[in-house]
Design a protein around this ligand. Structure first.
Ligand code: NDP
Ligand code: 2IT
Length: 448
């Protein structure tokens, strides 16, 4: 519940202006509610209308993407880029290609990204983009045609010191390669305008692994500080089987846990002996297949239709790494009843707000997305550093920096929660810790 008149007024106005944007309003509400104690203590924020400005993107671009499929037919998609906040650095954030993408989803992701990027402690503003293009079932040639058409418009809005996109759902190394190729062709420039690039043409080692690894570094530190515990000997459930899920599974296993389930949008597999990640990687990274094909290699595992049932599996640690709102209050209750001790978010806004609150009230270690999954964008920031300096660091160097950043993010989040009187309220901790720097920069930069 919103308590202060100021924030109620800002949220009501936001609702009026964006009434059909469910995900955007959900993310904004969650952030505004938790910022209230900070805003009350800093009256200059209201006086300077900082919150009104903070929720309003600096720029929102929507564009047509027309391309030709393998049958020679013209296809038309919609492209987006939101440049949300540049007060602490160039806009930075991924591109999502998925049929569900709309203005609401792009704006929710953009707003979250502003605070996430601030938490990394690197100088990056927040942005996000994407398209309702569905990569599933498309040939390599069609993916390239689409990416080239998308960049043919996007290039005029981005730049290495202006706005630096990367990947997200449906956008991995292959897509970044085609996007960057087109940018280079148009601009005749080799610069760090995209991150998540391939190693031969300016990418950073460990960027592929970074979000999943970072999630586990954050979780390990949180378990140590909040529960005097670790991944060792724990049973873990990871939803999704994309980039974030795969490397979360790998690191959790390296840290001594057993991952027993993973999913895709069709269903989930349960392998009580421990997921064989090489089988998942072959299906998902090489063949771009479906998770049920796991049973062809591991017949002792089981497959269940529908992704939601994955939260019924008893586990010590849950890592939602698929998509927004994939874990609701009912799922949260089942997880807690089954004895979960930590729920840390690899995906963006995977838990509904009531689910997140349920975890925190029950003193579960809860890692909110903008803190727990910030390792991806943090390593993108490291890729930008390497590109500007025209050099490249070793895997170990990048991984070491990533670990340090994630441990810092945890402590920044946790210390803020502790200072407000509830160590388990990491959601408030992360939002306030991220917002502090952004609001100070906005105040210093004058009205814009
Ligand atoms: P990928 O495209 O690599 O993988 C997405 C995975 O999630 C796929 O397994 C997909 O299954 C699954 N999925 C999508 N929708 C659903 C659903 N409704 N139920 C169950 N599974 C679903 O994307 P990423 O791994 O990159 O992204 C996953 C999440 O992590 C997203 O929320 C993203 O915003 C977030 N994130 C990503 C970062 C990155 O660096 N890539 C950084 C920080 C956060 P299917 O193949 O069936 O669609
Ligand atoms: O949600 C995210 O943080 C990402 N998809 C990664 C963004 C980036 O710029 O690396």
């Amino acid at each position: 519940m919103l308590k202060t008149e100021y924030i109620k007024r800002v949220y009501d106005d936001l609702k009026k202006k964006n009434e059909n944007e469910k995900e955007f309003l959900q993310a904004a509400y969650e952030i505004l509610e938790s910022l209230e104690p900070y805003i009350e203590k800093h009256p200059q924020l209201e006086k300077n209308k900082i919150i009104e400005r903070f929720v309003e993107p600096e720029r929102f671009v929507q564009f047509r993407v027309a391309w030709v499929d393998d049958k020679g037919e013209v296809q038309v998609n919609r492209g987006y880029r939101v440049q949300y906040n540049s007060s602490i650095g160039p806009y930075k954030g991924g591109l999502r290609f998925h049929p569900s993408v709309n203005a609401s989803i792009i704006k929710f992701l953009g707003l979250e990204q502003v605070l996430k990027n601030s938490l990394t402690s690197l100088p990056m503003g927040g942005g996000k983009g994407g398209s309702d293009f569905d990569p599933k079932g498309k040939s390599d040639n069609e993916i390239m045609s689409f990416c080239q058409a998308f960049m043919t418009e996007l290039y005029r809005h981005i730049g290495e010191d202006t706005d630096v996109p990367a990947g997200d759902i449906g956008v991995g190394g292959r897509e970044i390669g085609y996007l960057y190729g087109q940018y280079k062709r148009i601009k005749n420039k080799t610069v760090g305008v995209l991150t998540g690039k391939g190693i031969p043409y300016g990418g950073s080692l460990a960027r592929t692994e970074a979000t999943g690894y970072g999630l586990c570094y954050f979780t390990e530190e949180a378990l140590k500080v909040m529960k005097k515990d670790s991944f060792k000997g724990k049973t873990v459930v990871v939803s999704g089987s994309g980039n974030v899920a795969i490397y979360a599974c790998k690191k959790a296993t390296e840290l001594g846990a057993k991952v027993v389930a993973m999913s895709d949008s069709n269903g989930y597999i349960y392998d009580p002996k421990g997921i064989k990640l090489d089988v998942i990687q072959e299906i998902k990274e090489v063949r771009r297949g479906r998770i049920k094909e796991y049973l062809e290699q591991v017949p002792s595992a089981s497959y269940h239709e529908g992704p939601k049932g994955i939260w019924q599996i008893p586990c010590d640690i849950a890592l939602p790494c698929a998509t927004q709102n994939e874990l609701d209050l009912e799922d949260a209750k089942v997880l807690v009843q089954n004895g979960v001790i930590a729920v840390c978010e690899g995906a963006n806004m995977p838990s509904t707000l009531d689910a997140a609150k349920y975890f925190m009230e029950h003193k579960i270690v809860y890692g909110p997305a903008k803190a727990a999954n910030a390792g991806g964008v943090a390593t993108s920031g490291l890729e930008m550093c390497q590109n500007s300096a025209r050099l490249s660091w070793s895997f170990e160097e990048v991984d070491e920096k990533l670990k340090e950043i994630m441990i810092n993010i945890f402590h920044n989040t946790y210390d803020t929660a502790v200072s407000l009187g509830d160590p388990f309220d990491t959601l408030t901790g992360a939002n306030i810790a991220g917002f502090e720097k952004v609001s100070k920069a906005m105040l210093a930069l004058g009205v814009y």
